[in-house]
Design a protein around this ligand. Structure first.
Ligand code: MF3
Ligand code: CO
Ligand code: CO
Length: 277
């Protein structure tokens, strides 16, 4: 067959990411890890009420995880000290569970990652504590939807660029900032791998094509105000919004199959696609 007509330049420009491709043999293991992580969020759900500390939530998560014979992935990861990340109000991500008491009207993102028989499941939800402001509810609803916009965009042979563009375009119409310094990531045998999934249209993402067998997270952080963030210099990990306004995040682990995107971390009792807070 004559191939000389093929646009060779564009073919070589589209590089295959160094991302793991999961075989049919490994996919059930990814599904089990994702399902356990979702079960963990469902288990925590009734405890997320005014008066509990983030430290107590962390202890409950740790005990549930080890009681099932699994391993909290965050604990000891690059020196991280806890099982969960608990990010309250203006904290964007990587909040460390501590003596902080959750109070009526707070929003808290709880991010868990578990290693189940060598495979990682990674997901998070923003929980509304008690009765929250309209502003907080609108932000949480938009962030949940932004994650699903990304999940729907993530299809075989689509570029990473397009996923970020869709998410940011959706958030921009509602006037929200999309965090740039933290992104989705390949996940599976390891915690963080290729492909990186920026939630904004990042030019290098044009070269990254998503392929069946890839497993990655989509985890947009939307801010009520600016997308800019500041890292806590003393504690090292926590990241807050630069303007101290609210931030929300949702995360799912997604397996790309020949059919499309399959959510591996769907909870039974959490907010589903289309939910309004
Ligand atoms: N679970 C987070 C993510 O979504 C990573 C937390 S890293 C930790 O990628 F060390 F802070 F736990
Ligand atoms: Co993640
Ligand atoms: Co996570």
């Amino acid at each position: 067959m004559r191939l000389s007509w093929l646009p060779m330049r564009s073919l070589t420009a589209v590089k295959r990411p160094k991302a793991p491709i999961y075989s049919e043999h490994e996919r059930p293991r990814l599904r089990r890890a994702g399902q356990f992580n979702a079960d963990l969020l469902d288990y925590l759900r009734p405890f997320v009420v005014p008066g509990i500390t983030t430290w107590e939530l962390d202890r409950i998560a740790f005990e549930f995880t080890v009681a099932h014979g699994h391993k909290p992935a965050c604990l000891g990861y690059k020196g991280y000290p806890k099982t969960l990340c608990t990010s309250v109000n203006e904290i964007v991500c990587h909040g460390i569970p501590d003596r902080t008491v959750l109070k009526d009207g707070d929003i808290v993102n709880i991010d868990a990652t578990t290693i189940v028989d060598g495979y990682h499941g990674d997901s998070s939800e923003t929980f509304l504590v008690g009765e929250c402001s309209t502003e907080a509810k609108r932000l949480a609803t938009a962030t949940l939807e932004a994650m699903f916009v990304g999940i729907r965009a993530a299809q075989p042979y689509v570029t990473v660029y397009e996923v970020g563009r869709e998410i940011t375009e959706y958030a921009r119409r509602l006037g929200y900032g999309v965090v740039r310094e933290y992104q989705g990531h390949g996940v599976g045998r390891e915690f963080h791998t290729e492909p990186g999934i920026p939630h904004y249209p990042y030019r290098n993402g044009m070269k990254q094509v998503l392929l069946p067998g890839m497993c990655f997270t989509i985890e947009p952080m939307l801010n009520a105000g600016t997308w800019r963030t500041v890292k806590d210099v003393k504690k090292g990990w926590p990241v807050r919004t630069a303007d101290r306004r609210l931030s929300a995040q949702f995360e799912h682990t997604v397996l790309l199959t020949e059919e499309g995107s399959e959510i591996l971390t769907r909870t039974r009792f959490g907010p589903q696609e289309g939910h309004r807070f």
